[in-house]
Write a protein that binds this ligand. Sequence first.
Ligand SMILES: *[C@@H]1O[C@H](CO)[C@@H](O)[C@H](O)[C@H]1NC(C)=O
Length: 181
Amino acid sequence: MLDWFEHEGHVCIVFELLGLSTFEFLRQNHFLPFNVEQIRHMAFQIFRAVCFLHRNQLTHTDLKPENIVFVCSDYDLQYNEIRECKEKTLRSLDLKVVDFGTATFDHQKHESLVSTRHYRAPEVILGLGWNQSCDVWSLGCVLMEFYLGCTVFPTHDSKEHLAMMEKILGPIPPHLLKETR
Ligand SMILES: *[C@@H]1O[C@H](CO)[C@@H](O)[C@H](O)[C@H]1NC(C)=O
């Protein structure tokens, strides 16, 4: 935090100026996926940041491409012959994890519904309680999205969402189904 001030009754916090979020970059780049080499470089940094939170008894709860931001999103343009469009290639893949508005310490009240739909872990959907593991689920969804260029579970319905998970990962363990309402 560099500074803070009040504006029309709202507390505003001043942070360093970063580049585009990974979501906004994908959008401006025709949703062309990142390559595996790029994803590996990005994943390493994101894991390091999230590992730091988890070691400090925190769960982010809202990891998604909008909250993973390039430090600088300057790019070079190259013609992509397969897709027949101009592809942006970032000069640096340095990232930061942002938005701690819903980050929760282990000892704090855990809201029953957390995360943005597409990145929500099955135990959250099933109302079974959650911990740091729900961040790991979200990160899996984020990395798949970097690889595909689009969301891995495109749905707005919880039952359909669980069905899509089962299609990829197999049946939800019976003991979890027994516990859920
Ligand atoms: C965290 O949550 C997961 C999923 O509900 C559960 O399997 C795991 O045992 C929990 N870990 C701890 C340390 O409570």
